[in-house]
Design a protein around this ligand. Sequence first.
Ligand SMILES: Cc1cc2nc3c(=O)[nH]c(=O)nc-3n(C[C@H](O)[C@H](O)[C@H](O)COP(=O)(O)OP(=O)(O)OC[C@H]3O[C@@H](n4cnc5c(N)ncnc54)[C@H](O)[C@@H]3O)c2cc1C
Length: 444
Amino acid sequence: MKISRRKFLLTTGAGVVTAPGIAGLIMGERGVEANSIRNTSLWSTQVPSLPQLPRFEGERKVDLVIVGGGYTGLACAYYAKKFRPDWSVVMLESHTIGSGASSRNSGAVSAKYQGLADTEMPQRGFDRLSQFIETEDIDCDFHPTTLLELLTSKDAAQSVNSDPVRHQKWISADALKESIGTDFYAGAIEKNDNYTVHPAKLVVGHAQAALDVGAELFEHSPALDIMPGKPVEISTPGGKIRADHVCIATNAYTPRLGMFKSSMYPLHQYSLATRKLTHQEIATFGLDKWNLRFEEHTLPVTFSMTPSGHFFIRIVLGYAGLDSSTWPDLAAARRLAARLFERRYPGISDIGLEHGWSGVTGHTLLGKPIAGPIGDGNIHVSVAYNGSGIMPSHNNGYLTACQITGHSDRDTKFLTGTSGQILVPSGYYRNLLLKPGLSLLSPT
Ligand SMILES: Cc1cc2nc3c(=O)[nH]c(=O)nc-3n(C[C@H](O)[C@H](O)[C@H](O)COP(=O)(O)OP(=O)(O)OC[C@H]3O[C@@H](n4cnc5c(N)ncnc54)[C@H](O)[C@@H]3O)c2cc1C
């Protein structure tokens, strides 16, 4: 059955908002933020650029269109082409490949999926990403590491001390002061099930692998409108493309596309890095022992050191209004990140903070991704990894490719669309709820 445009928007949670499209883009309030300028992450300055990729021009009919060129979209393109070499697979990216969260994240990888804690599927997803990196011979600094989970309150520290299992990995406040150069924390727990990766190198590896199997990648080619049907019709500034199957992999930018406005929302992040540290400075901050650190907070603060020796903080800024993917005051965000960094590591102020970049992640109220077929079943979506999506985005790209091409995998059962999601108010009420609510939860 062919569903109407109106019914499609309701199915995807778009409610009564204006349909996305060129009008929205020109108005600048709704519609894709195709013309926004994104600052460059430190990671992106450290990778060789990809071969120049074209803009999409003209009229085409293809088997599969993927909207969004981060890990999800690129993994979907790669696996779809592997399963169906005879298919024409086209990926449309509104800006440049990987210029969303995929090249801006903190590079912490583990066998965890937000919202899917008690299954073995996350471990299979982790193994799949590891195998992909190995098979495609991707040089992306993918290494095991010991994570420090830092506790800021004495109560939390006491509860660890009374738990014999967690206490085995306990590091006291005094020991931390000695070994990482701060007395800010009440203690910490060591965790050994984490890896780190260079996010932008991983993007380049994904893109190269997708190109090698014959997927066509287009940059500066935003999908402005997606009209459901058989085939689905996608409008871009350079022309129209019709596709038998579509994968929407636009993560935090999805509500701007007019979709899932009632189920997900974007959250803004800011990262700020030091210059390259000397060996002596690395030892002073204990980064040679623990290069990855998370604070336990509702809006978490993360620290990491890049393989090139830059120590950085990542903070959550909050919700910007109108589902925007651009934060209104980046100078203030930088000042806040510097203040939080220096409060925790006073020695940082002598070293100086050089490179700041923003980022945006897609969230749902219960923390579970939105992934699966929608509409007539020929449009598939995989978005909203709730801030922790390096491995899940790769794995969901794979599972979505399985579902679209008919390749069998037991884990496609986890792609359940919007089922199990709680509705989040949209529009004016979203601003009212999320803006002040999140600022109250911000760390100091
Ligand atoms: C600061 C920060 C730190 C993070 N740290 C971690 C971490 O340590 N560990 C972890 O596991 N995860 C982390 N994440 C999350 C992780 O980066 C994401 O979950 C993951 O990159 C999502 O990949 P994606 O391909 O789904 O989305 P994205 O990489 O955001 O890609 C979506 C793409 O869609 C494009 N797009 C949007 N609209 C359109 C349109 N209309 N037409 C065409 N293209 C469009 C965008 O330009 C973008 O390139 C972090 C994220 C941020 C921002």
